[in-house]
Design a protein around this ligand. Structure first.
Ligand code: COA
Length: 313
């Protein structure tokens, strides 16, 4: 059993396939255009796999996170991969990452599906397992190949999503850390059936939008309450990258400058469970994360689910 209840992130990694699909590329497939997509969503490009499997993305992001953390792999106590579409029903993506990266055998490795909130769920599950473990590090990955479940004739959805993976190595620590997770079972607003011929993402776009702009600020205020911190004291907000207008609305509701909200959806689109860890990894790579920074991350998505964390860097 460990004494610490909080976590800190000690390493990050990300990966996106080389194949870039621009708004102009999509305008050749469906009745849309760059002006509509960029003004309604903020998205300009996204990356789609060609030959890669989902696990290839997960492995690349995990490898980078482990190198960035500089830890001894034998000190890992759990590996979790959040994804909505694993390559196999079994073995799990996490087990394949374990196999390919030769991670220790004496730890739990498994996938979770909480849609676009998956990475935030993964961090909290990993924290809980580490508290019962004698190992101090956990590897949490969000990895998606959503392009494989997009109806490329539906302009309402195919423009939004991209492929990618992000990963973080977490360590149990005495840092302040608080989490909020929730769900509201609903199969109308956002869904992707698993049936042949009907296996595409479909959603009621404006209902998802309304869900996001009410749930994300609510989650932020719950986290602030738990942490006993004022909203102005937060240095950085890392929200799920679904739509720039959602992030703008959240910033407004929190009475915060948009500059405090990291945005990279112009480059990746919505990468579901990968979006928050990709953002954290980019921020880390750019040297924008300083010790002691107070960060709030919030994801939301299918389920409907939401999940957020207050983290000190
Ligand atoms: N290009 C051009 N026109 C499009 C279009 C596209 N890619 N997609 C939809 N349209 C059209 C619609 O057909 C509609 O036309 P109509 O007025 O003639 O019927 C019009 O644009 C407005 O559609 P609407 O759905 O009301 O647009 P919107 O402003 O709500 O934006 C979304 C649509 C999908 C961008 C927006 O609702 C959204 O981002 N929702 C959240 C989705 C999300 O984040 N999902 C994942 C969550 S994890």
């Amino acid at each position: 059993m460990q004494n610490f209840k909080g976590i800190r992130i000690v390493g990050t990694g990300h990966y996106a396939p080389d194949n870039v699909v621009t708004n102009d590329d999509l305008s050749k497939i469906v009745d849309t255009n760059d002006e509509w997509i960029s003004s309604r969503t903020g998205i300009r490009r996204r990356h789609h796999v060609t030959t890669e499997k989902n696990q290839d993305l997960a492995v690349a992001a995990a490898k980078m996170a482990l190198e960035n953390a500089g830890i001894d792999k034998s000190e890992l106590g759990v590996c979790i991969c959040a994804t909505v579409r694993a390559d196999n029903l079994t073995p799990s993506m996490a087990c394949m990452v374990q196999s390919i990266l030769e991670l220790p055998g004496n730890m739990p490795c498994f996938d979770i599906n909480a849609a676009c909130s998956g990475f935030m769920y993964g961090i909290e599950v990993a924290r809980g397992l580490l508290m019962q473990s004698d190992k101090k590090y956990g590897l949490v990955i969000g990895s998606e190949t959503l392009s494989k479940i997009l109806d490329m004739t539906d302009r309402g959805t195919c423009i939004l999503f991209g492929d990618g993976a992000g990963a973080a190595v977490i360590e149990l620590s005495d840092n302040n850390y608080y989490s909020v997770l929730g769900s509201k079972g609903d199969d109308k607003v956002l869904q992707c059936p698993n049936e042949q011929g009907d296996r595409y993402v479909n959603m009621l776009g404006s209902d998802v939008f309304k869900f996001a702009v009410s749930t994300v600020p609510k989650t932020i205020f719950e986290l602030l309450d738990k942490a006993g911190v004022a909203v102005d004291d937060i240095d950085l907000f890392v929200c799920h990258q679904a739509n720039l207008r959602i992030i703008e609305s959240v910033a407004k509701k929190c009475k915060q400058s948009l500059d405090k909200f990291y945005v990279n959806l112009d480059e990746y689109g919505n990468t579901s469970s990968a979006s928050i860890p990709i953002a954290l990894s980019e921020l880390n790579q750019k040297g924008l994360l300083k010790p002691g920074m107070k960060i709030i991350c919030v994801g939301f998505g299918g389920g409907l689910t939401w999940g957020g964390a207050y983290i000190e860097w």
